[in-house]
Design a protein around this ligand. Structure first.
Ligand code: BGC
Length: 418
């Protein structure tokens, strides 16, 4: 499969032979992840406690850095050195890279025993079960085309939830005129790419998104519509405070929570921060789809990819995978995390208003063929292409480059990275 060609596959066979983890022996699982914000850590704690109840110890491998770029770098080095962890939180195409390299365990027996095939949707199976082998256990489905808003600011200024770009601009202008920062922006490549996912979907519609960010179609990538996407991105910059560069996503969420800014455009892990701060949907904060994207979602699923481990560690690894797939856990975890369950048979009844909205809209989008992998979060294009798009977006946002020039660079960069 050409698209899954990977540098990891080139790691020597010697490293592969060594690649049986010893860290996970002796009653512990070593879990590498990037869930270090308040909401993320609270969600992860649900999993830790489940395992503790079974007498399985937890070796925590937190690598800070939203979106996971830093964590992936650490794990690639560990794998190349023949010392993988038991598991790592992984996204989409990155799982396929490790699978292609031959580094992941075969979970088929467990999956068959527990009936994973029947409950995990195909959009996820594509990444969890490449070439018919279960290599990862999906814990959730995040959707990324959201706006999180401070309700008191919206109420005070008499602003209704904007449903299209023009309404959004009118709302942001009003907020700015009132002396409040309209958008809490985290100036990191993955966060800016998250907003671009939504802008591509909103400006061009779902077919355009699929052409540009799934098919990597040159005509779409270099189109007038894409120029408009970048013009809109430039417009968003006029609503951002000067301290945006390198701001972490959860600090941006905190600005909305504290009323320093009115809105954040971010995936629904942001909700985890509101919940951790004891804020209530529709009372303290609002969640609505990025203007112009109602009816569709861009998604990413956090999964725990299981590495090949020695025989002594296989039992604990299977127990971890089983705990992740357990329906009660999927509800408890995702209520805290802000995401929807990865299993389709988990009831949404205990989720808050935003969580119920997420679950309902995800199902509706899937039925309407409007559930699309998030480019920014590794579910639309191979890792190298994603990285190339990140660079173009972030260079543009932090400079005075014209939208036309950025679009030229985008088309070139995607062609080169494929
Ligand atoms: C992950 C989320 C995580 C977010 C911020 C995303 O890529 O899917 O689970 O909360 O990054 O770190």
């Amino acid at each position: 499969m050409e698209i899954r060609k990977t540098t990891l596959a080139m790691v020597s066979a010697a490293a592969l032979m060594l690649a049986t983890s010893t860290a996970s022996a002796a009653g512990k699982v070593e879990v590498i992840h990037w869930w270090t914000s308040g909401g993320e850590a609270a969600a992860l704690n649900v999993l830790k406690k489940n395992l503790e109840k079974q007498g399985i110890g937890w070796m925590d491998g937190a690598v800070a850095g939203g979106g996971g770029d830093q964590a992936r770098t650490v794990v690639k080095a560990r794998v190349a050195a023949g010392n993988p962890p038991t598991t790592m939180q992984q996204l989409g195409f990155a799982i396929l890279d490790f699978a292609d390299g031959g580094f992941l365990a075969n979970l088929n027996d467990l999956a068959a025993k527990e009936g994973w095939d029947k409950v995990v949707p195909n959009a996820l199976k594509r990444f969890m079960k490449p070439d018919g082998v279960w290599v990862a256990a999906p814990v959730n489905v995040h959707t990324t085309n959201w706006v999180w808003a401070n309700k008191a600011i919206f109420d005070k200024l008499g602003i209704a939830q904007p449903t299209n770009w023009d309404e959004f601009v009118a709302a942001a202008d009003k907020i700015k005129a009132a002396g409040i920062t309209p958008i809490a922006w985290g100036g990191q490549a993955w966060q800016e790419a998250t907003v671009v996912d939504a802008l591509v979907n909103s400006t061009g519609g779902t077919d355009f998104y699929k052409k540009a960010f799934v098919d990597m179609d040159q005509a779409a990538l270099s189109s007038k519509t894409m120029v408009e996407v970048f013009q809109r991105l430039r417009k968003l910059k006029s609503y951002v405070d000067p301290n945006y560069p390198n701001r972490d996503w959860n600090l941006a969420t905190a600005m909305v929570i504290n009323g320093e800014a009115a809105m954040q455009m971010m995936g629904d892990w942001a909700k985890g921060e509101f919940i951790a701060a004891k804020k209530v949907p529709n009372k303290d904060f609002l969640c609505f789809r990025f203007p112009g994207t109602a009816g569709s979602v861009t998604f990413n699923s956090d999964a725990f990819a299981m590495f090949k481990v020695g025989d002594d560690a296989k039992g604990n690894q299977a127990a971890l995978a089983s705990a992740i797939m357990e329906p009660g856990f999927q509800a408890a975890f995702n209520i805290v995390k802000g995401s929807a369950p990865a299993r389709m048979d988990v009831s949404g009844k205990d989720f808050d208003a935003c969580g119920q909205k997420a679950i309902k809209q995800l199902a509706e989008a899937a039925n309407a063929d409007k559930m699309m992998g998030s480019m920014a979060h590794g579910h639309a294009v191979p890792e190298a292409v994603k990285g190339a798009i990140y660079d173009v977006v972030t260079n543009y946002f932090s400079s005075d480059q014209s939208a036309e020039e950025a679009v030229k660079k985008l088309a070139e960069a995607v062609a080169l990275a494929q």
